[in-house]
Design a protein around this ligand. Structure first.
Ligand code: ATP
Ligand code: ATP
Ligand code: MG
Ligand code: MG
Lengths: 226, 226
């Protein structure tokens, strides 16, 4: 369902060109569970942003669910981002002046859900990540790992068919990490696709396949025998 | 050099009182190397902020280098924060409109160092964390792990005698993490004190002592036999 061919992402700073992605080919099937690993700065977040339709490649093709992404108009793209894809950002990107429950409910506004149902579903999502007693806290009244879990809850709220999680356990202790891995396993067993960036080998072991990047390219890709 | 006795940190939200720190006693000697671990929300960052004189306790005493912290005036506190203590924040706290080298040089402005020397020293610090080719990038032109390394470089620039690092390798791959652990080991061998929050057992193994927190209290504390 995700087909990336010869993807380049080039930044121009003054006279230098920086190849954040330097010719990436990647195929992801429905209900795949991929761990994306690699050194700091190797292009993982850049690749995730392109897969998530949050950024466009400088060149190459991206076919998502049989549609060429750069042929779609803004409305179609927004629809995909909101309904098909759940994104957990490496730096969470929570709205600072809204509470945890309000932050989690935001994707449902776009989906046209009533306020009562939005808050009910947001409460349920926060419960599933262990934050039922932090719902009315704003981000600056939460710990780092609590903010990360709010971001995870928000990504799940629309029941997306593709979860893209960039370092979802980077600030979590082993128990909280295990809870998140259980959630992702469950989502994947229901037929959804999970792509997760991680720098921790133990976390990567939860995936079906492990893809390693280096210097803007995919270095190797192997099945994860568990 | 760090003596915390019966430290409480209480937040009042509406009618509820939240005990982020619920009676903490901790002694840290000169050239100690402590790893602080515990579940998400257990009070690690709150404790670090109090040790770093960035926040004040609701009650209890904190003696730093034989001085009771809440007896000091603002000037003395600012001096300590700038010259004695290097702080790596869990969320980095870089200034978005300045480049990496400018961000790293900031603590030296307060110290009254000339601009030429500031940029020289900042360049050296960025070099030590592997970012010599990213000096003129702004934070939004850097990867998550690169921002983390800029925050680490900034904390070291004044050669502080106490390093407080909150999840310094949360976004780093194994090679970058190893580089940071080597830097901390070196600083510690020179007689400086390191306190590091981490959720990764391998990273904690670099420390001399491991302190575990739970629900705002210290649960146990043991020597790390390496
Ligand atoms: N301003 C605030 N108002 C209310 N509660 C707060 C505030 N700041 C923090 N808290 C609460 O205090 C507790 C301790 O927070 P702290 O950031 O110290 O946790 P932590 O151990 O660093 O967690 P993590 O591993 O997730 O970073 C958390 O449960 C958090 O919700
Ligand atoms: N706007 C930009 N302008 C210039 N260079 C950029 C920009 N954004 C990212 N980069 C560079 O692109 C490279 C890839 O960045 P990316 O965020 O994808 O890395 P990453 O693999 O996610 O790293 P990390 O593990 O540290 O999060 C980095 O070297 C970074 O410096
Ligand atoms: Mg990244
Ligand atoms: Mg914390």
């Amino acid at each position: 369902i995700i087909e990336l061919k010869n993807i380049f992402k080039i930044y121009t700073l003054g006279k230098t060109k920086l190849y954040a992605l330097n010719g990436v080919d990647l195929s992801i099937q429905k209900s795949d569970y991929l761990a994306l690993m690699g050194p700091s700065g190797s292009g993982k977040s850049t690749l995730m942003n392109i897969i998530g339709a949050l950024d466009t490649a400088s060149s190459g093709t991206y076919i998502l669910n049989q549609q060429e992404i750069n042929q779609l108009n803004d409305n179609d793209l927004a629809q995909i981002r909101n309904k098909e894809i759940g994104f957990v950002f490496q730096s969470f990107n929570l709205l600072p002046r809204m509470t945890a429950i309000e932050n989690v409910a935001i994707p449902l506004i776009y989906a046209g859900i009533s306020k009562t149902e939005r808050l009910e579903r947001a409460e349920k999502a926060l419960n599933s990540v262990g934050l039922s007693d932090r719902m009315s806290h704003k981000p600056n009244e939460l710990s780092g790992g609590q903010r990360q879990r709010v971001a995870i809850a928000r990504s799940l709220i629309n029941n997306p068919s593709i979860i893209l999680a960039d370092e979802p356990t980077g600030n979590l202790d082993s128990k909280s990490s295990a809870d998140i891995m259980n959630i992702f396993a469950e989502i994947n067993e229901q037929g959804n696709t999970v792509v997760m960036v991680t720098h921790e080998e133990d976390i990567a072991q939860n995936a079906k396949r492990i893809v390693r990047m280096r210097d803007g390219k995919i270095e190797n890709l192997y099945e994860n025998r568990r």
